[in-house]
Structure formats: structure tokens, C-alpha cells
Write a protein that binds this ligand. Structure first.
Ligand code: GLN
Length: 495
């Protein structure tokens, strides 16, 4: 077994003992990245030269658990002197002159970036199919997507290229691909990790987070990345908790809930299939396992109309914010400049040529929502829905330590599968509840919880604001009841 396939703790101690060198580890990671690039397309750029020269500087860095360990980062994070495209045609030549704070922090730890990973264009979308350099494939089955928008970051961990990667999550963009890729995906409390240098999508919903192969690995990354950043006014002061040192599996008496309507078979009578049936059975098994561990688990009622309004509210708020945030992509300051007789025509043509259909649709929606005469009916109402949901959740988190739910009602779809009806209960209830975590800034994690049709499925766990440690401890205990921890897809392990 390669050291790349082990946990961060194991890799770090092997590096310290001299069982393996960082140079070997990074070279192997880059070899895998290149080898799998054609198959899965995880990367926009593989930063080989930079990575190898960074390895040579490691003597200057003091010991810490992430030192010398290779990682990948989504291409919507600014990296100084390195192409940062957000997988969009309009930024295809953009090279920032500064680093995102997370990149600086990982540099200071001596972690080695080996590549910038593919996303859905500008982080909008959930399929990993809309990036300007092509589709990302699921290492468990190349006929399937891995989901997005942090598609390449998920695939890079799932295929064993890197032991961890960085992503962003505005609606579920870390936690959904983590589910489809059989890896752990976590986003912290809003503001826990600085977003400086992350290309803004919807600022009130955007979070920075990570993919790993275990819950304890998340704790090491959170320790390294959290804290106040003067460059991000929404960042929280450091909580001075060592997450890695305070993980415990002692969950006796802790209380979990799930929302009855989201896992109620009655709601899916018309669309029930073998896959969903297995996923719901798996969830029943998890409830049982949780009770065996000492958790109290209860089903709670939640206004179904509000649940069904999550997706429209999410789309309304995120498209409005995205339209405003991306209004600088005009071809004047950023992006290839198209021809035109006036400045308006230049911007019009640059944006028409620069964006894909999906992005244009979202900007049309966003502009409509933000028009003066529509703001009250659309934008402000979506905000009210958001507030009602967050208030209800906040109330529940006073009584409960966490919420558990299936991360998706299906395994990763095939590229050919029909698009799922976005007005069906199945879509509205089962595929969109993770945006609750973004609405309220609640910490939320997806962990692998089984296989259905030889494809991974995930359990999502969400806790109250600033309860990241409680969340990780719940996940740490539940993870222990699963028997495929750290599994890697794609056969890397067997080679
Ligand atoms: N799939 C969602 C969307 O299409 C979430 C994207 C995200 O979290 N970045 O907007």
C-alpha cells in the first residue's frame, strides 16, 4: 500500500520517521495525477515544477501534521503566479498576483499543492460537466459523474491522487460530490475558514472546506486553516480549539434528529426504485447503529412546504448574489476582450462568448430577481424563507446535537441518465436539504456510509453554529460503525 493511501496521521508519522520522503510522496502523487488525467480529468493544471521546487524548501518549515503532504485545490482559489480559471472560458488566461488565505496557510504548513482541480464553471452547478476543460468522471465508474461543483477535488481524493483536497460549498458543492465519490466532505461554520481569495459565487452562502478519507483527517485540516483573517471581514476569531486533539467517540446521551418527511417512503411512492429503497434501508440501519453507540435518535416534523421551498429560495438568492459578484467579468479587466463598437458592445460580446449556457441562464435569472420591481416578490421573499428555515433549525439545535440525513437519494448518476424532475418531491426534499447548512452557516459533513450497486452513498450530518467539534465527534463515532473507512476507488490500491 502506498503511503498516499494512508491517513494524514499515518503519512505524517511515516515522513517524520524517514520511512518515506516528501519528495517521493509528491512525485508519486504527480504520477498518479498525470496517469489518471485522461481517465477522470480531475485537473485544469498540474503544478509539477512548483511542487517539486517547494519540496526542496521544506527544511525551513517547522514540524506540523500537514508538512510535506501533497494536496489539490479547486481552481476557483487564487494562486499567485498559477493559472486560476474557475473552469470558465472567461478566465481561461487569468493568473492572480496573490494567494487565497487557505493557500498561504497550507504553504506555511509545508503542504505541497500538486494541482488546480476542475469545477463546474464558476462553481455553479452540481454535475462536474460544465468546466471549460471538460467533464470530470467518477473514479468508481467512468460512465458516471462525480457531481460538483468541486468535482476534480472530489475525484482526486477518491482516486487516491492526494490524501486531501480543498473545495468550496455554496449549496452542497463539497458534500454532494463527497457522497458520489465515497469520500468525506466537510464545510465548517460560516466564517470559520477565511474565504479571502476564493472567487465569490454567492457571498452569504459560500464556504471553504475539504475532502479527505476520514473524519480525523478533517480535524487536522481544520486546525491548520481556521482563524480570523483581517482580509475577510466575515471570518470568525480563532476558537482556540485543537480539533485533532479533542476528537472523542464518547457520544453517550447525545441527541440526533432527522426530518421525517425527507426519509418518508410515502413521499416517494411514485418514484421509488431499487436504489432509493436501498438508500432508505441503509439509513434505517444507521439509526440503529447510532442508537447502539448511545445516541438518542428522534424523528422531527418540519413544515413540508418550507422544505420544498429550499431549492427555489437557494436558486433565487444564489443567482442574485452571483450576478452581482460576477459583474466584473466583462472582458475589460478580466477575460478575453471581444470586439465591439462601444464599451457596452464589448462587454455584451465578451460575456456572450465567455460564459456557457448554464451561467448565462443564471445571470438572466439573477438580473430579473434583482430588478427593482421584482425584488420584494422574489429576492426578499426568498430571504424570508431562508430565515424561517434557519430559525426552525436553530431551535432544533438547542435540543439536539446534530441532524442526520442521506446525502442523496441516488448513487452518482450516469452521464446518460435523464435529468431528474426538479419539481418532484424526490428532488426537492432529498436532493436539496444540504443547502440548509449554507442558509444558516451550520457546519456540515458527508461521510461514506455504504455501497449500493457497487457505488458509494453518503450520510450527511449537520450541527448548530460553531459546533464544529461536536459535529466532527458525531461523525467520528458513526464512521467507526462503517467497515470501508478510507476506501479508494478506481483500483489504485490494487495496483
Ligand atoms: N449545485 C448547487 C448549484 O448548482 C451548489 C453549487 C455550490 O455549492 N457551489 O448552485
Amino acid at each position: 500500500m502506498s503511503y498516499l493511501d494512508k491517513t494524514l496521521e499515518e503519512i505524517s508519522s511515516a515522513l517524520k520517521n524517514g520511512e518515506v520522503t516528501s519528495e517521493d510522496l509528491v512525485k508519486e502523487s504527480i504520477d498518479r495525477a498525470k496517469k489518471y488525467q485522461e481517465k477522470y480529468n480531475s485537473f485544469v493544471t498540474i503544478t509539477e515544477d512548483k511542487a517539486l521546487s517547494q519540496v526542496k524548501e521544506l527544511d525551513k518549515i517547522s514540524d506540523n501534521p500537514l508538512k510535506g503532504i501533497p494536496y489539490a485545490i479547486k481552481d476557483n482559489f487564487s494562486t499567485k503566479g498559477i493559472l486560476s480559471t474557475a473552469s470558465s472560458n472567461i478566465l481561461k488566461d487569468y493568473v492572480p498576483f496573490f494567494n487565497a488565505t487557505v493557500v498561504d496557510k497550507l504553504n506555511n504548513c509545508g503542504s505541497i499543492m500538486i494541482g488546480k482541480s476542475v469545477l463546474d464553471e464558476l462553481a455553479m452547478g452540481g454535475t462536474g460537466t460544465t468546466g471549460h476543460t471538460g467533464t470530470v468522471k467518477n473514479p468508481w465508474d467512468e460512465k458516471r459523474l462525480i457531481g460538483g461543483s468541486s468535482a476534480g477535488s472530489a475525484a482526486a481524493v477518491a482516486s487516491g491522487i492526494v490524501p486531501f483536497s480543498i473545495g468550496s460549498d455554496t449549496g452542497d458543492s463539497i458534500r454532494k460530490p463527497a457522497c458520489y465519490g465515497g469520500v468525506v466532505g466537510y464545510k465548517p461554520t460560516y466564517g470559520r475558514i477565511s474565504r479571502f481569495g476564493l472567487f465569490a459565487f454567492a457571498s452569504s452562502l459560500d464556504h471553504v472546506g475539504c475532502f479527505t478519507r476520514s473524519v480525523s483527517d478533517v480535524a487536522y485540516i481544520l486546525d491548520a486553516l481556521k482563524g480570523r483573517d483581517e482580509k475577510d471581514m466575515t471570518s470568525l476569531p480563532d476558537d482556540n480549539i485543537s480539533y485533532s486533539k479533542n476528537l472523542t467517540k464518547d457520544v453517550k446521551g447525545k441527541k440526533l434528529f432527522y426530518i421525517k418527511d425527507i426519509v418518508d417512503r410515502e413521499n416517494y411512492k411514485d418514484s421509488m426504485d431499487e436504489e432509493l429503497d436501498e438508500i432508505l434501508k441503509n439509513f434505517d440501519g444507521i439509526i440503529k447503529n447510532c442508537e447502539d453507540l448511545g445516541f438518542v435518535v428522534e424523528a422531527v416534523d418540519f413544515n413540508k412546504e418550507l422544505l420544498k421551498a429550499i431549492f427555489p429560495a437557494y436558486i433565487t438568492i444564489s443567482c442574485a448574489e452571483a450576478t452581482s459578484n460576477n459583474s466584473n467579468l466583462t472582458g475589460i479587466i478580466f477575460g478575453p476582450r471581444a470586439q465591439g463598437k462601444s464599451i457596452d458592445e464589448v462587454m455584451f460580446n465578451s460575456r456572450t462568448q465567455g460564459f456557457s449556457e448554464l451561467i448565462k441562464r443564471r445571470f438572466v435569472l439573477g438580473s430579473y430577481i434583482l430588478q427593482k420591481e421584482n425584488q420584494e416578490r422574489l429576492f426578499l421573499n426568498a430571504g424570508r424563507v431562508r430565515r424561517l428555515i434557519v430559525e426552525k433549525m436553530t431551535e432544533l439545535f438547542k435540543k439536539y446535537d446534530g441532524m442526520i440525513l442521506p446525502a442523496s437519494g441516488s448513487v452518482a448518476p450516469t452521464f446518460k441518465s435523464e435529468t431528474i424532475d426538479k419539481l418532484s418531491d424526490r428532488y426537492l426534499l432529498l436532493e436539496n436539504h444540504m443547502a440548509i447548512g449554507n442558509f444558516g452557516g451550520f457546519p456540515s459533513i458527508t461521510i461514506p456510509c455504504g455501497l449500493v450497486n457497487n457505488m458509494p452513498i453518503g450520510l450527511n450530518i449537520t450541527s448548530g453554529i460553531k459546533k464544529d467539534l461536536e459535529l466532527l465527534n458525531i461523525a467520528y463515532a458513526i464512521e467507526d460503525t462503517m467497515n470501508y473507512k478510507g476506501q479508494i476507488a478506481g483500483g489504485v490500491k490494487s495496483e
